[in-house]
Design a protein around this ligand. Structure first.
Ligand code: ARG
Length: 725
């Protein structure tokens, strides 16, 4: 490209960038004047101190990490938590039985005594954030590549320990930002006594199912309610009936005032990951290989799981949570590829890389970045499908995943100094318990047959584990024939010792490596795993490390190229704030999407008895009576169910509070829209929307439909309109 043209592109893209005001997952600690002023310009009525302060109670004190990958918020002085239904799903399902099926029927505790301990669940409060970049950089001065990575591991561990205090359940976790160009330590306090307070029936909490997932217009009441408890001494404690509700530093007031198109909206939470500085090579590999492979393998696993879940509500309770998470990203990655292609993200990346290359000319630290990157991808590309096939295919069979974990046991038994045998056996026993609790044999056996066949046909023959398919052919028949794999899987499932308590206990009592090595389930898991470990793992590690190192240099260069530009770091499951507006949009020619959905739309989608579009008893009657109480939207004379905003969020933000200009809760964020599924890599200012459930619908479901006004009475409600009689 001609340099003049290039300059023009750079100028143009920075002009365009100014329009991208709603893009950004900002660190509340480092908002900066420019971003804060922009928030105010958009309508924010709060001071910086009210957004984030370590001295005074501020909004950040009401925002928590909820479990392993969600956000929650504190909404009462008694530690009440709101989050999404899909975030509480596992806790709701495991509190349920066929007799008390809270997943299906819903559940609301009428008093604190009725709340159900959610074992294994925890929440983290953010105590503070410190910038430790200087300390990290000083210690890694002059190092690069593997040496730098090794040094960082030690330094970060030292910092984490310094910030931690296990007696108060406090942990420091350094997060490398801008691909390792900035280091912040996030200090959290963890609470383990979490109890289920309420959840709507699944027909509300997951209304629309996977058909509506990642789509607007949406009518899902995606909320659930928990409470955090502490010990009598005011410190975090394990579950005990003696524990008392947490007295939070701050909790969110709730607005019943409603919203208009264009209103300010702000979302706090824990976005998990984005890769906005992904390269053109990465985009291409995703579109060509990674995403389609994952989608194909998940398609098949979901099909077999669903077939069993449909038949039996007990299996639905057992598999439902795992099914939902597989399905969620099955649809996501399929849509991601489509949108990456539609918006020409590959070409956009190429253009950005060309301008970087231009700038990097004659700068020894940077000029090699993209040629090295091209080579790293070229070297790895032939094996990338194999990797997805293991993670999503072979080890997508729960039996295979569990069997593979037993490699620790084999290593301990056969290798001199291979490890602590007792410990390996104890951990294997734990892993087996967890495996059996969630195991549905019928679907797993079908999955194993299908993925074993697909691996045979889809993966380059010279990458196969040596001897595996030859033996399979000798014992079970033609490798082109589906029935061969079915017979094989049936034989694995009927003859492995992993399901058999007696044989398992004998093995644990007298561990013998040959017994494990001859077990058909272990044999397959081990063959595929060792094949990977022996032939590809170190190449993959190399590819991964190179990617990290080049990513760091690329970002370092970008920051130098344009030092004045205000940037936000990629999401790293650390607290962020995003601001934007409630906003309607036009997804395609001649189609306009309103910014809210209403109960009228819920009724329009209703299909009695349907797996995804059924409704709970009582809802239709209440809706017909228009019994909306104080939750009514007067302008529409209906209930507002969902709304959309321009906020920049991603997975991990689920359950996040959506706040108005005064910092009052107006909804819970629970999804992104289909038109912007490329958002992890490229934010689209025109199409990106966050999908939220309106807090008034949440409260109506609890109070009117669920008959639990006790929960609503705990909240601090802010209303303008007089309540309807
Ligand atoms: N797409 C939502 C998210 O990632 C999860 C929705 C769960 N619902 C479902 N039908 N699988 O936050």
């Amino acid at each position: 490209m001609h340099p003049k043209k290039l300059l023009l592109t750079i100028v143009l893209s920075s002009i365009l960038f100014r329009g991208f005001a709603d893009e950004g997952m900002w660190l509340p600690l480092l908002l900066g004047e420019q971003v804060y002023n922009d928030m105010v310009k958009k309508g924010l009525k709060l001071t910086k101190e009210q957004l984030y302060s370590i001295n005074k109670a501020s909004l950040k004190d009401a925002i928590i990490i909820f479990g392993r990958g969600c956000t929650g918020e504190i909404v009462s002085s008694e530690g009440l938590i709101f989050t999404n239904h899909h975030c509480g799903y596992e806790a709701i399902a495991s509190s349920s039985s066929i007799e008390h099926n809270y997943l299906h029927d819903g559940f609301y505790a009428k008093s604190q005594k009725e709340e159900i301990p959610a074992r294994g669940l925890y929440v983290d409060f953010l105590v503070k954030i410190d910038d430790v970049t200087k300390e990290v950089e000083d210690s890694a001065k002059g190092l690069s590549g593997d040496q730098r990575a090794a040094k960082l591991r030690t330094v970060l561990a030292v910092i984490n320990t310094r910030y931690s205090d296990s007696s108060r359940s406090i942990t420091g976790r350094v997060s490398p930002l801008f691909k390792g160009n900035q280091f912040l330590v996030f200090v959290y306090q963890r609470y383990n006594d979490i109890r289920l307070v309420g959840a709507p029936p699944e027909s509300i909490g997951k209304f629309g199912g996977d058909t509506d997932n990642w789509e607007w217009p949406r009518h899902t009441g995606d909320f659930s309610i928990f409470r955090v408890y502490m010990g009598k001494n005011g410190q975090p404690a394990d579950y005990s009936p003696e524990d008392i509700p947490l007295k939070p530093k701050y909790f969110l007031p709730v607005s019943l005032k409603g919203l208009k198109d264009g209103d300010y909206s702000m979302i706090y939470g824990y976005p998990g990951s984005t890769n906005r500085y992904e390269t053109s090579y990465g985009v291409k590999q995703k579109i060509d290989i990674d995403n389609p492979t994952l989608v194909k393998l998940r398609d098949l696993r979901l099909k077999y799981m669903f077939a069993e879940m449909r038949k039996d509500p007990a299996i639905k309770l057992q598999l439902g949570s795992s099914y939902a998470s597989i399905a969620n990203y099955w649809k996501f990655f399929d849509g991601e590829s489509k949108q990456l292609i539609k918006y020409d993200i590959y070409d956009q990346k190429k253009t950005q890389e060309a301008s970087f290359q231009q700038w990097a000319q004659d700068k020894p630290e940077f000029e090699h970045v993209f040629s090295d990157w091209a080579k790293a991808y070229d070297d790895w590309r032939p094996y990338s499908k194999h990797r997805v096939f293991l993670a999503e295919g072979i080890f997508g069979s729960p039996l295979m995943a569990f069997a593979a974990s037993l490699q620790e046991v084999e290593n301990a038994l056969v290798k001199p100094g291979g490890g602590d045998i007792k410990k390996a056996l104890r951990m294997a026993g734990e892993a087996r318990k967890n495996f059996l609790k969630d195991e549905n044999r019928a679907s797993d056996q079908n999955i194993l047959a299908a993925v074993t066949q697909l691996y045979y046909t889809d993966i380059d023959k010279n990458q196969h584990p040596i001897g595996f398919y030859e033996a399979l052919k000798a014992n079970f028949g033609d490798l082109q024939d589906e029935n061969t794999y079915k017979k094989y899987a049936a034989s694995v499932f009927s003859s492995t010792l992993l399901f058999d308590d007696t044989r398992w206990n004998t093995f644990i009592a007298q561990p013998d490596a040959t017994i494990l090595q001859n077990d058909p389930a272990y044999k397959q898991a081990n063959a595929f795993q060792r094949n990977w470990q022996g032939k590809y793992q170190s190449d993959y590690q190399q590819f991964f490390n190179t990617n990290m190192e080049l990513g760091r240099l690329y970002l370092k260069g970008i920051l130098q190229m344009d030092p004045k530009k205000v940037r936000y770091p990629d999401a790293t499951f650390t607290m962020r704030v995003s601001y934007g507006n409630v906003k309607s949009y036009s997804p395609r020619d001649a189609v306009h999407y309103d910014y809210v959905t209403t109960l009228k739309g819920v009724l329009e989608k209703y299909v009695p008895g349907d797996y995804e579009f059924d409704l709970p008893p009582g809802l239709v009657e209440l809706a017909k009576k228009k019994d909306f109480g104080q939750y009514i939207d007067r302008q529409r004379n209906d209930l507002v169910v969902g709304f959309i905003t321009t906020n920049d969020i991603t997975g991990g933000n689920s359950g996040s509070p959506v706040l108005n200009a005064n910092g009052e809760l107006i909804g819970l964020a629970f999804d992104g829209n289909y038109e912007a599924l490329s958002h992890k890599i490229a934010f689209d200012a025109q199409y990106n929307r966050t999908i939220c459930v309106d807090i008034r619908y949440v409260l109506w479901c609890i109070d009117k439909l669920g008959g639990a006004p006790n929960i609503v009475n705990e909240l601090k409600l802010l209303k303008t309109a007089a309540p309807v009689k």
